[in-house]
Design a protein around this ligand. Sequence first.
Ligand code: OGA
Ligand code: NI
Length: 354
Amino acid sequence: MVTSVLPRVESLASSGIQSIPKEYIRPQEELTSIGNVFEEEKKEEGPQVPTIDLTEIESEDKEVRERCQQELKKAAMEWGVMHLVNHGISEELMDRVRKVGQKFFELPVEEKEKYANDQSSGNVQGYGSKLANNASGQLEWEDYFFHLIFPEDKRDLSIWPKIPSEYTEVTSEYARQLRGLASKILSALSICLGLEEGRLEKEVGGVEELLLQLKINYYPKCPQPELALGVEAHTDISALTFILHNMVPGLQLFYQGKWVTAKCVPNSIIMHIGDTIEILSNGKFKSILHRGLVNKEKVRISWAVFCEPPKDKIILKPLPETVSETEPPLFPPRTFAQHIEHKLFRKTQDNLSN
Ligand code: OGA
Ligand code: NI
């Protein structure tokens, strides 16, 4: 087994290098689409990520409620990603989540290394950076902290950051509130598909089995941002993903053949429909391809919470209600673990043919 100690991207960035190591340079074909993210964010022309106001999502008034559900449905079908506003999670709590995560990342790298994960032994929780998974050795311009935050009985609090001391309390409260929001969204999406209100929630594991995993993405300043990506293009495998960030742009969505840069919307939470819901809905709701740009001027941090079904207990496939003679099933049945395998395999094949 070959092991090598990779420097954290943060250490590389602070070393004063003017050009980035070749492993971080994207392939030629991809470079043509990478621009300056601040310029990109300013662009007003062309399609924009929709904003969905959730104020009325549980209104007593059926008509008002249905109007809100329809907006959500449209965004989920056309984009599969949206800015949620009036989602019920307080600005204060979101600020505290950002504060504790930022404080953790402000610790010296040596301190953070005490929480290093060990991917070779299957220990994915903790502080990490991407390991090259193919011959090209392609890497991403980010470090991260990854851990399970819900349900509470499945957490391993021993690996959570101990500094700052409020980290656990704040992150736990955010997890509880996000779990509530996930339920509301899953109910509304169920209704939009003509299903019983509780159906999607049940199909992704319910209160006991749906897992919320937090990934704090830390994107250091990059001396050659036009050559690198913070996260390469992918779709999320989750059922739903909720993202907070520090108001530095970076997220791009591949919509109608073009990369669209998400604007920074104050107090919003970005929500992705992930592959799991795309499969269950037989492709009616989209899991959109997205990526993250980096920049020279500002550190970007994002807090992505992936709501995932259990790995092996559930077979994911288009629900019978979403399938008809004219709408055949677009996805063969597979467990979540098999879905992950399938994506990895496809990626390896892609790389082999490059
Ligand atoms: C992810 C992701 C985007 C971002 O972590 O899956 O797509 O804005 N992050 O950091
Ligand atoms: Ni993603």
